[in-house]
Design a protein around this ligand. Structure first.
Ligand code: M6R
Length: 596
């Protein structure tokens, strides 16, 4: 994944780069680095860890350069280490690059560069040396541009680069191929960034670079080429909210965002209710097949959608992980409605699946939280969730907002297909308005205390609750590093029950009245093998039948995800806090997964 940023302009570049990197940190945070000019030579500072580690190192040096490039990394090639952190230089130190993406044929290219010594395991350093070799000491602007053009055709994969070259103290060069890169235009400066949100707040216009574009930025101008020719790309007003999000009274963004989850549902539903839906209704009317695609938490929201839509509207839904979807070559045609769920709207697998479906002529709906994201550019219809910026890597309020948007879609399906739906948008608004939710924080803290040192935990549910169990397990494993696995209750006895002994903790979700007896049988089966069951349920009559009972408010059965999920998110958070881990930046992960 990684985030790249570059600044050249009137002001000292170091602070601009730092501010931008902080906004890009969601793309990866295992190491970071900056390069700038000092006495006409390229200087580099790198640090392992988050941007704050880089900031500490930068504070030890006076950086006066008005041109710099910066990088925050999520390791793809080579572990998180100083050697592998960006920027990377060519062997002669005259070319310095930062990179987002993957060069798929880097090994072949590396084999052609026998005369070079490589200091890192990265594909980026291969690029730096290949580029420098082909530049062949040519330090005229046209040589550089020609070499950029040659390099972009040589590399396979998805990548964007920002490049500094000794002898060009006033220019930053770039390449964009399939990985995001925007160009920001301001009064007396230009910037490049993986995400427009990370452009300087004084940016006036933004240029969305196209795949195959390369060129340079300088203080007062920029130049874009494609296939050897100068091209013009549209300059649009810079409207992205430069949102500085604060934790406020909370101790982590995750805590804040769990709190905001209920409002995110409300806000999403309210906004959708006030929108013109003609296009959406038309698309649903014309659809003969419905596909739902996403990753991680987004797909878990999709599972709830599939279950409820199939029950309420007798409409079959084909659902899959975005990383699997297109390889199965699903039978999509122009009568298919494909729904892509993605908080960020930038997840590489989801984008690739959307492009696949588009190629088959389907109508595409994006359910996303980011209005300017790439998924909105691919899909025909955009259903925006209104969760606000989600910072924590563990997705919480975005899931709640996705549920809200997806339930809204179910009501539209009902209207179009003339099916009576058991809930209305007002029911969802009321959950927030009338505080129809209880979160027993004390009880949840107690449960966290019981399970925090476990090596392995089971999450079990049936029907709709199975999907909540899956999301609860994902949340807990993601931020506590405890192995958590979710099972459908009835499946336990087909193999997994053998894992249960008198040391096992099992988190059960039981919110569906029609499955109460069946689920209780499964609970008893597990208890008979010694399991300590922690039950999240609105059925208070069960409280003495388990090791620990976490009460939920009782709503119509299909609305139960709206009150069951936040307590499960809270359990993950409490556990993480008790283990003194950082819930916002779990190891090995990134907020936005922009590589396939
Ligand atoms: O931005 P997206 O919704 O496309 O992201 C999908 C997943 O990467 C994401 O939901 C991930 O599973 C979360 N970190 C889970 O908390």
């Amino acid at each position: 994944m990684c985030g790249i940023t570059a600044y050249v302009g009137n002001e000292p570049a170091a602070n601009k780069i730092l501010a931008s990197l902080k906004k890009l940190e969601y793309r990866g945070y295992d190491s970071a680095g900056i390069a700038f000019f000092e006495n006409e030579k390229i200087e580099i500072i790198k640090a392992v860890g988050t941007i704050s580690e880089l900031e500490k190192k930068m504070q030890q040096k006076r950086i006066s350069s008005n041109l710099a490039i910066g990088h925050t990394r999520w390791a793809t090639h080579g572990k998180a280490s100083l050697e592998n952190a960006h920027p990377h230089s060519s062997q002669d130190k005259k070319v310095c690059v930062i990179h987002n993406g993957i060069i798929e044929n880097y090994q072949t290219i590396k084999n052609e560069l026998k005369e070079f010594h490589f200091a890192s395991q990265t594909d980026t350093e291969v690029f730096a040396n290949y580029f420098s070799k082909n530049l062949n000491g040519g330090y005229l602007l046209e040589d550089v541009l020609r070499t950029l053009g040659k390099t972009i055709t040589k590399m396979k994969g998805s990548f964007s680069f920002a490049i500094m070259i000794e002898g060009f103290e006033d220019k930053i060069f770039f390449i964009k191929e399939k990985s995001p890169l925007v160009l920001g235009v301001g009064n007396g400066f230009h910037m490049l960034s993986s995400d427009e949100m990370a452009l300087d707040e004084k940016t006036e216009q933004v240029v969305y670079l196209s795949d195959g574009d390369y060129g340079f930025i300088s203080k007062n101008s920029y130049c874009i080429l494609s296939n050897g020719k100068i091209v013009k790309r549209r300059k649009l007003p810079f409207t992205a909210q430069v949102q500085s999000v604060h934790m406020g009274k909370f101790t982590s963004f995750m805590e804040k965002e769990i709190e905001e989850g209920s409002f995110a549902c409300f806000n999403t539903m309210l906004t959708l209710l006030n929108q013109n839906l003609q296009k959406l209704e038309e698309a649903i009317k014309n659809s003969q097949k419905v596909f739902v695609v996403g990753c991680g938490t987004a797909l878990h929201a999709g599972e709830v959608f599939k279950y409820v839509l199939e029950k309420e509207c007798k409409t079959d839904v084909f659902l899959d992980y975005a990383s699997e979807f297109r390889y199965k070559k699903p039978n999509i045609d122009k009568n298919s409605l494909c729904i892509f769920i993605s908080q960020s709207g930038e997840t590489a697998d989801t984008l690739a699946s959307a492009s696949y479906a588009k190629g088959k002529g389907a109508t595409l709906v994006a359910v996303t939280n980011v209005k300017t994201s790439r998924i909105t550019k691919i899909c025909n219809i955009v259903v925006l969730t209104r969760a606000g910026v989600e910072v924590s890597v563990a997705s919480t309020k975005a899931y709640m907002a996705q549920l809200s948007a997806l339930y809204f879609l179910i009501t539209i399906f009902g209207k179009v297909k003339n099916e009576k739906i058991s809930f209305s948008p007002t029911d969802i608004l009321e959950i927030y308005n009338q505080k129809k939710e209880i979160i027993d924080a004390e009880k949840i803290t107690l449960v966290a205390n019981h399970i925090k040192n476990e090596k392995s935990l089971f999450f079990v549910g049936r029907g709709l609750d199975y999907f909540l169990a899956k999301e609860g397990a994902l949340k807990l494993k993601e931020i506590t590093y405890i192995h958590c696995e979710a099972f459908a209750g009835g499946e336990m006895k087909h193999g997994s029950l053998s894992l249960i002994d008198d040391e096992s903790f099992v988190v059960c979700v039981l919110t569906q009245k029609n499955l109460l007896d069946k689920m209780m049988s499964n609970i008893i089966e597990m208890q008979s093998r010694g399991a300590k069951v922690i039950l999240f349920s609105p059925f208070s009559e069960l409280q003495n039948k388990v090791f620990c009972f976490v009460p939920l408010k009782k709503l119509k059965s299909h609305l139960m995800p709206f009150v069951a999920m936040r307590p499960l998110q809270m359990l993950a958070l409490k556990c993480c806090e008790q283990k003194s881990l950082n819930p916002d930046m779990p190891r090995n992960l990134a907020k936005s997964v922009t590589v396939e």
